[in-house]
Design a protein around this ligand. Structure first.
Ligand SMILES: [Zn+2]
Length: 328
């Protein structure tokens, strides 16, 4: 088949505890396998090192950062009020839902944006950095994907109080100032359209301010988002098509939604109906056999996308790397 020349292949990569030699070997492998881009998570010093190796290999390098999920002990100790609060009045700082690391910062707390901007600036000052890649830029899942519900032995058909965020004083008072009523006085806040869109806007406004900051450093900004605009809004209050970022990496992890590979086409089409911006389809490597991976890439290359991003390098055994290479 004819492969589009300009399709980017990317890997999400964890830099944690990797030595300089290991990183050089990994980036040499990426060069050999014609990988165009790396989205890499790691400390500032590891990022400086990896970004300079990537530059030598002519690989586009974005730093990948967890934004609103936060388990930093110092932040938890000193700024407990920064964390989201559910409809039962419980903070994710003390009562993380689902898993013990689900502690989330509130996008409407006035100190959260400056905190994030400071972190973003530190990384954007790295000269070899090409872009900043946002992850966990949303509220905690009010509804989990079907596979995760089974994993945690849950059945979620409505937005339940313990996973519905955020009812902190900053969110509720900002909402009241904007819409003229107290959301806590409403019998069923889950049915309130204004409250729904207020929370979409809370995330979008935060993102769009980070966009301006990243662009001021002449870097690109992108984000890992939920797989379709509807799923993103309904499960995690992420209205990503209203974000001014440069490229979207929807995590089209079909197995999480009990879908087969054909669903990727539907997901891409749903994204395309809502945005003209670059779409890099995110593929979850652990749930695909080499043959399924081949079929997924073949299908995606026929669609209106700009790249395919593989999660993540740890799950890329030699068989799967060979499949990826066969398309380049
Ligand atoms: Zn809040």
């Amino acid at each position: 088949m004819q492969i589009k020349e300009n399709i980017f292949f990317s890997f999400w990569l964890n830099l944690l505890e990797k030595s300089k030699t290991e990183l050089q070997n990994i980036f040499s492998l990426f060069e050999k396998y014609a990988i165009n881009e790396v989205l890499a998570i790691g400390s500032h010093s590891k990022t400086v090192l990896a970004a300079s190796i990537a530059r030598q290999k002519n690989i586009f390098f974005q730093t990948w950062k967890m934004m609103l999920i936060n388990n930093d002990k110092q932040i938890l100790r000193e700024h407990k009020d920064w964390f989201t609060i559910n409809r039962d009045g419980k903070s994710t700082a003390d009562f993380p839902p689902y898993v013990n690391y689900y502690r989330w910062l509130c996008p409407n707390h006035p100190q959260v944006l400056p905190f994030l901007k400071n972190m973003v600036s530190q990384y954007c000052k790295i000269p070899e950095l090409s872009g900043f890649h946002l992850d966990y830029i949303r509220f905690a899942d009010v509804i989990l994907p079907p596979k995760c519900q089974r994993q945690y032995n849950l059945t979620q058909s409505t937005e339940e109080a313990q996973s519905d965020f955020c009812y902190c004083p900053h969110c509720t008072s900002s909402f009241e100032n904007e819409y003229g009523y107290d959301i806590l006085s409403i019998k069923d806040p889950t049915q309130d359209e204004n409250w729904r869109s207020f929370r979409w806007q809370s995330i979008s406004s935060l993102v769009n301010q980070l966009v301006d900051l990243v662009h001021s450093y002449d870097k690109k900004i992108s984000a890992a988002v939920f797989p379709t605009p509807d799923i993103a809004r309904n499960l995690v209050r992420q209205d990503w098509t209203s974000w001014n970022i440069d490229a979207f990496y929807p995590m089209m992890y079909n197995a999480f939604y009990d879908q087969d590979i054909k669903w990727l086409a539907q997901a891409v089409n749903e994204c395309r109906q809502k945005t003209d911006k670059p779409i890099h389809a995110g593929i979850f490597l652990p749930s695909l056999s080499p043959a399924q991976l081949h079929n997924a890439i073949e299908l995606l290359l026929e669609l209106d996308i700009n790249g395919i991003s593989f999660f993540n390098f740890n799950a890329a055994d030699s068989e799967k790397l060979k499949v990826i290479k066969s398309f380049k």
